[in-house]
Write a protein that binds this ligand. Sequence first.
Ligand code: MN
Length: 404
Amino acid sequence: MLLKLFPLTLLSLLVASHEHHHEQSPHEQSPLVGKEINRDEYEWLTKYGKQVDQPFSGPLSFSHLPYAKCLESVTTKYDIAILGMPFDTGVTYRPGARFGPYAIRSGSRRQRDIRGYSLSWGNNPYSNGFKVLDCGDVPVSPFDNALAVDQMQVAYSTLLSRSRASGVPFPTNSLEPLALDGQEHPRIITLGGDHTIVLPILRSLHKVYGPISVIHFDAHLDTWPAYPGTSTDQSRVTHGTFFYLAREEGLMSNTSIHAGIRCKLGGIQDIENDENVGFQLVTADDIDDLGINEIIRRIRARIGDSPVYLSLDIDVIDPGLAPATGTPEAGGWTTRELKRILRGLAGLNFVGADIVEVAPAYDNAEITGIAAADLVHDFLSMILSDHPPKPFNTPLVHAKRDEL
Ligand SMILES: [Mn+2]
């Protein structure tokens, strides 16, 4: 009997030695003792133990984060949820952004919580005590836009009303609580989807925060009253009109700002309309004429201590660096320039963010998906930092660099 048990106990010790999370002694917790087992079943564990997935292996979630169907699991908690909205039936030109959440998650495969530190931020957003979870996708209808918009709103409101996983407060520059109920709500980073998804998101956020400001990175204004030729109420709801509709519904304050604009217009009356919707303008060319720091200063001055939502259309980046999008416009910003502007926005009162219009069918070598995933990592650092990174906050690195 002893002889028979001994190798099993040894085996269970070996197995248990790879169970990092168990604190009991292996004898107490081993399910193997006294049972008939097939040793071949444990050959991998005894030889290699538990391994983290390679960047190119394993199931697909954002940055290999834990994945949960949060909409259906009421007890699941998080501080920041990554949520896909694979909706693309509101576009005016090339469809395909329903595959955006997939492409951004796929582009994030070389990202990982334990390698999340970046020199430019001087932090790792995964090691600040906040729980970041991939909450999966909203299963939106591809056949009925009114239904899909309602599904996205109900989903967003559901996740927004969950209690936080940690008690760690989000950074704020406001003395007052941001939410009308005085509570701290989770933040949601949404992976679009075409830009129409922002209408149901703003409806949900409005219920929690009241009217909010928007920082909108895009080549386009998205403030048309209606797409030319539309005749029904439903056909007014598009990826080029949602901000006008949101303003009509009173969801936004009049202190919002676009950045990166360079699309062609019907005329200067489009800008007058845009101002009435509540937007100021930073054009694509302003990066040369004003510079990055002045653009940051203008955005911060415009937003102040308002609750603010950040919406980033990937087409703000030049199509040479992010080709996979529905309505590309020549002459955009570089990914590096955009990342530097995002770093300058840390410390504003972000209540949510999205990245939209990634349509991977038009991508080459995953350029766009990888860029989008990198920007989502910046969103995490931006939301969780209480001020922009200081240029010399890493003296050792700078000393080493300046030796060269
Ligand atoms: Mn756009």
